[in-house]
Design a protein around this ligand. Sequence first.
Ligand SMILES: Cc1ncc(COP(=O)(O)O)c(C=O)c1O
Length: 470
Amino acid sequence: MQQADQSGLRDAGRGGTGEGDVFDLAAEISRRLIARDGEIYPLPDPHRVEAELDLTPPRRSQPMEAVSDRLWRLLERTPNTSGKRYFNQLFAGRDDAALLGELLTVVANNSMYTFKAAGAQILAERALLRHMGSKVGWADCDGAFTPGGSMSNYAAMLVARDAALPGVREHGFDGRPLAMYTSAESHYSIRKNAGMLGLGRDSVRFIEADADGRMRVDALRDALDRDQRAGVTPVMIVATAGTTVQGAFDPIRPIAQVARERGVWLHVDGAFGGTLLLSPKRRHTLDGCELADSFTWDAHKMMGVPLTCSVALFRNRALLQRSLDESATYLFQRDDDDYNPGVRSLQCGRRNDALKLWTAWQRHGDEGYEARVERQFALADHAVRVIEADPQLTLVKRPQSINVCFEVAGADARQVSDLLDREGRLKVSHGAVDGRPTIRLVCANPDLSTADIDEFFAEIRWAASQLRRV
Ligand SMILES: Cc1ncc(COP(=O)(O)O)c(C=O)c1O
C-alpha cells in the first residue's frame, strides 16, 4: 500500500493561490482511485486503521497538499465499490455521466427547497419525477427525492398514515390499534419506519411468502380478515418489487385488488426492482403497479447513479404536501409552491440528488437504460449456467431478477464471504433463504463481462477449497 510520503500528490497541479488547485487535486486522487478498480482492499482491523491514520481535526490549519495527502491515505483504506470484484450490495460500478452531474452538484451547492435558491435545478428534478411517474403509469403524479429507499418508504408510510388516520398529524394517535401488512421478505425499513412514525413496530404483520419469495395473497386476505374481526384499523399494505436477498417480486395486481376492496393504501417498495420499468420486456414483473398509491424507486441501485438517489412517488398530487407542509415565511417567499419542493420534502436544506440522475439519463436515454437492464439480466443468466454446470454449486432459487443465491458444497456461505473479504479477493454478501445461509451474487454492474463472472466463481471455489482443508 502506498504511504503519504510516496503519494506524489504534491506534484499535482497548482492554482493561482500557491496552494494545490482543488480540481487538479481531485482529478489526481480520482485517477488513483479509479486505477484501483480491479482491486479489493483486504478488510483490516478497524483499530489498526485508526492507529495508522491521524483522524482527529488538528488545532492549526494545514496546507491543502497535506490535507490531500491525508485524504488519499484514508481513501486508499476504503473498499472499492466500482470494480470487477465488488458484488456485495445492490449497487456497483461507476457511471461517468452520473459522476459529472454529481461533481457539479457539489460545485454549485444549491439547496433544493425553493426555485429562488436552486433555479433551473428545480425544473430538472421535476422533469425526472414526471418521467419516473410516467414509467409507473401515472400521467400526473407527485413525488420527492429522498436520502435513500428507506426514507422514500418512510415518506410513503407517513402519507399513508395521514390518509388512514385523519387528524393524526395535528393531534397525535387516538389509541386505536393499527396494522400494516408486508411480506416476510420485505426490507427492514418497513418495521423501522413503523417505529419512527409512532405506528408501532409490532403493528407490522409479516405475511408469509410462497416458495418463490413472493407475498401470498391468500395469507394477506386472512391477516386483514383477522384484524377486521378484532377491530384493528389497517393503515397500509406494502408490496415489494425486488426483495433484498432473493430479488423476488410480489404479485402487485392481485395485492392491489385486495387493497381496493378494503380501501387500504398500497405502497410498492421498488427501491431495488423499480428499474425494471425501464425495460418493456421486464415491465410485466411489476404488473399492476399503476394501481398503487405510492412507489419507491432507487436510482442508486440498478441505475448505477452514485449514492444517494431515491424517489418517493405518489399517484395523488395533493397528499404529500398535506403531510409535510409548514408555513415558514423566512423560507417560502415566492408563492408558487409548485416550484418550491421544500413544501413536499422531509428535509429543509437539501442537496440536489437529481442532477446526477438527470445527466445520466441525458447520456443514456430510455433506450440506454433498457439495454443496461438487459445486460444485468444476461450476467445473472450466465451465473445460473455456471452454477448448474458445477456439481459443487447449488442454485437455491431460480432468480426472478439479478440476485443469484447459491450454496457451495462443504463450505458455509458466511465463511466463504468472510474469507474472500479478509484476503482482499472479492466482496460478496450472504443472506438467508428459507433459513439457510446462501451466497448472494448481485449482478448490478452492467460493465462486467461473463469472464468477470467466471472469475467470481473461480474465487468462490478457491475459498471453498481453503475452508474444506481446515
Ligand atoms: C427492497 C428494499 N427497499 C428499501 C431498501 C433501502 O434502500 P436504501 O439503502 O437506499 O435506504 C433496500 C435496500 O437494500 C431494499 O432492498
